[in-house]
Design a protein around this ligand. Structure first.
Ligand code: ZN
Length: 405
């Protein structure tokens, strides 16, 4: 990808060095960046760097009237703020629209209903006097709220529905239980939350429509978009993606799992260069039936900064992936969603949403698998639940939570 994006990256780096005080300092010892080896000398940008003082990353001469200030959801800590110009936002939506077109011609520029972090239950957005989108609040979900959403969607008849896997799944369960016929939509998008097969089946059944995964951060969106053949292709016009070792920070080869490092190619107002995402994944280069030659990103569940603590040291929650893989294989479709909570050094609690009914055999199997994966865990408890706690700010569900400080 370096060769393809080299010129764009050089332009961005030059701009950042000339126009922001942060990069002026950070790039001080770097004279020129002509090769990937030189690019790798660029220090990582941490969320902490932005949190301290985001204005250091703002480009000189930024026209405030043309820009908006946003806050990230803070899934992994205190929210950080970022600034985007109207042009940058519209460039991002064009990239998303182009990807939607691969699924359906109508989805290109179509009306959308999406779940968002809003206080009011519903919020319409208008363009030239016409409602083009409808936001549904991610909070306070209950039967009454769902009934309101159904009515609004039936009236609005969106082309696209976008949400997080967990909120889409709960809403889809309600639609199925109440035997509601939803209007035809062309595409459902799951925004940056891991989508389990059990959830996918329920959501697709409720809306009679396919679901596509999008990966991105609030501050850099989109990064990758799923094609109809189930592969998450990197949006190379928007992001330069690297995968590095979580221990050494060295670049990894394709196919090796590490932390995803991002450089936004379109953001000049507040450049993000070699930005640590906190997400784990690997890059795969192979041909895809969809015809796209963009590299494929495979995400690994678990933020790299949420670790499992054991007497032998810290472990990455990626180790639990084996359990997910086991339970989400088609023949074991008994679980809709899993969440692991480490409550003590030797103790893990698993919250499970059953696909149908709680099942003792599944429960025992789950306990055994956790103990096999993590021999230092001596106590495993399973709780069958109807819903999982959402992060109070982002509304997302974390798959692994550590309660040990
Ligand atoms: Zn593809």
């Amino acid at each position: 990808m370096w060769n393809l994006l080299k010129e764009q990256l050089k332009l961005l780096i030059h701009h950042a060095k000339e126009n922001t005080s942060y990069y002026q300092k950070a790039f001080n010892s770097i004279s020129s960046i002509d090769s990937y080896d030189e690019f790798m000398k660029v220090p990582f940008l941490q969320k902490e760097n932005i949190r301290k003082d985001y204005t250091q990353l703002l480009s000189k001469g930024t026209n405030e009237e043309d820009c908006s200030l946003y806050y990230t959801s803070g899934t992994t800590g205190i929210p950080i703020c970022y600034v985007r110009s109207k042009t940058e936002l519209s460039e991002a939506s064009i990239i998303i629209s182009k990807n939607r077109r691969k699924w359906s011609e109508q989805a290109f520029g179509g009306t959308i209903v999406y779940f968002d972090r809003i206080k009011e239950p519903l919020k319409y957005h208008f363009h030239n006097g016409r409602a083009i989108s409808l936001a549904l609040s991610l909070y306070n979900h209950n039967q009454e709220r769902y009934s309101l959403y159904v009515k609004a969607i039936q009236e609005f008849k969106p082309v696209i529905i976008q949400g997080y896997a967990s909120s889409l799944f709960q809403f889809a369960q309600y639609i199925i239980e109440q035997n509601i016929k939803m209007p035809n939509v062309q595409l459902i998008e799951n925004r940056s939350e891991h989508l389990f097969d059990g959830q996918r089946n329920v959501i697709e059944d409720a809306f009679k429509c396919k679901i596509a995964n999008i990966y991105g951060l609030s501050e850099l969106f989109p990064i990758a978009y799923e094609c109809q053949f189930g592969e998450l292709h990197i949006c190379i016009e928007n992001a330069f993606v690297e995968v590095v070792s979580t221990e050494t920070g060295e670049k990894l080869r394709d196919g090796e799992i590490g932390e995803i490092i991002l450089t936004s190619l379109k953001c000049y107002t507040m450049p993000l260069i070699r930005y640590k995402s906190g997400d784990l994944g690997k890059i795969i280069k192979k041909s895809c039936m969809c015809g796209s030659d963009s590299p494929i990103l495979e995400l690994i569940k678990g933020r790299s900064n949420d670790v499992i603590k054991t007497t032998q040291g810290n472990l990455n929650p990626v180790i639990l992936r084996r359990i997910f893989d086991h339970f989400y294989r088609e023949q074991f479709l008994s679980i809709a969603q899993l969440q692991f909570v480490q409550t003590q050094l030797h103790e893990i609690m698993v919250n499970v949403i059953p696909l149908h009914e709680p099942n003792l055999q599944v429960e025992n199997e789950l306990k055994k698998l956790v103990r096999d994966c993590l021999p230092s865990i001596t106590s495993v408890s399973v709780q069958w639940v109807q819903k999982l706690d959402q992060n109070s700010i982002s509304g997302k569900v974390n798959t692994f939570i550590s309660l040990i400080s």
